[in-house]
Design a protein around this ligand. Structure first.
Ligand SMILES: O=C(O)CCC(=O)C(=O)O
Ligand SMILES: [Fe+2]
Length: 277
């Protein structure tokens, strides 16, 4: 794994996202692929085809306690914790879990714009998604991230029930401001949002603060397949922010991320998170 440079540290802090070029060697990428293949062979309870029955259908899964036994040794061996500790300036690093996204079959639309923070009960500076795809992706098929949005407003999540209703609220207007319709605004004015995305080769990764607005990464006939594993981590600066007292409009029970004994503002820690350093 490559070393963090001062330029990467500064760009991550200011923009909320970097391209980590050549983050992983071919052998290291193969170790990540072995883990993704484990998820595919051992789907978790929430594995599903999002938008099943539509042309936007694609596969999504969050890890399980069993997949942690496969991911844990890989994460330690490849040195993700030292990379992130250096990127954030955190002493400790925990693994939050993985999520896999498979878009196959030539024409699958964009992942809706969202921040990950409305989906879990925590906020802070030391949060990151390492977005790793196993295919080469031109920028138009790679993840898009709104620059500096990690320190901007926290919007409601997207319910992800209907790809044609991109801002359908997760929690509701009394809890968080509704997501802006970023694609509609970009269609009117391509410069309305400051969006970053990069051409990616296997071994490159996009490293983003989980609170940054992100989405996109469709597949099309020129780039028909994407296998992605997102590795999520947190460090010292992460505090418990209780979920709203409401029922989210979502396909899985988000309360699984709740850590019962914590009070608002407590450091977000839990026995079930693998501490990597
Ligand atoms: O790969 C995708 O389509 C979405 C990725 C994402 O939402 C994430 O990294 O949290
Ligand atoms: Fe996300």
């Amino acid at each position: 794994m490559i070393q963090v440079t001062e330029a990467m540290r500064q760009a991550f802090a200011s923009d909320g996202v970097i391209k980590a070029e050549g983050l992983l060697s071919t052998a290291e990428l193969a170790e990540c692929r072995r883990c993704l293949d484990f998820n595919l062979a051992n789907p978790g309870p929430t594995a599903l085809d999002i938008y099943k029955g539509t042309s936007d259908s694609h596969y999504n899964d969050l890890g399980t306690a069993k997949s942690l036994e496969v991911y844990g040794p890989m994460l330690k061996k490849l040195g993700f914790a030292d990379f992130l500790a250096d990127l954030w300036g955190s002493e400790h690093v925990w693994y939050f879990g993985e999520e896999i996204f498979i878009k196959n079959g030539g024409e699958v639309g964009r992942t809706l714009w969202h921040q990950d923070t409305p989906y879990f009960p925590a906020e802070g500076a030391h949060l990151a998604n390492i977005w790793i795809s196993f295919e080469a992706l031109p920028a138009r098929n790679a993840l898009e991230v709104v620059r500096i949005s990690h320190v901007g407003p926290m919007y409601d999540g997207a319910a992800f029930m209907d790809s044609k209703d991109p801002t359908r609220p997760l929690w509701g207007a009394e809890h968080f401001p509704r997501l802006p319709d970023i694609e509609a605004e970009r269609a009117e004015d391509p410069n309305s949002w400051d969006v970053l995305s990069w051409d990616l080769e296997p071994g490159d990764a996009v490293v983003l603060h989980s609170g940054a607005l992100h989405g996109g990464a469709p597949v099309d006939t020129a780039c028909p397949t994407r296998h992605t594993v997102v590795l999520r981590f947190f460090g010292d600066d992460l505090r418990y922010r209780p979920f709203p007292d409401a029922k989210p409009d979502y396909f899985m029970d988000l309360r699984a991320f709740d850590v019962g004994s914590l009070k608002a503002g407590d450091l977000y820690r839990g026995e079930h998170f693998l501490q990597l350093r």
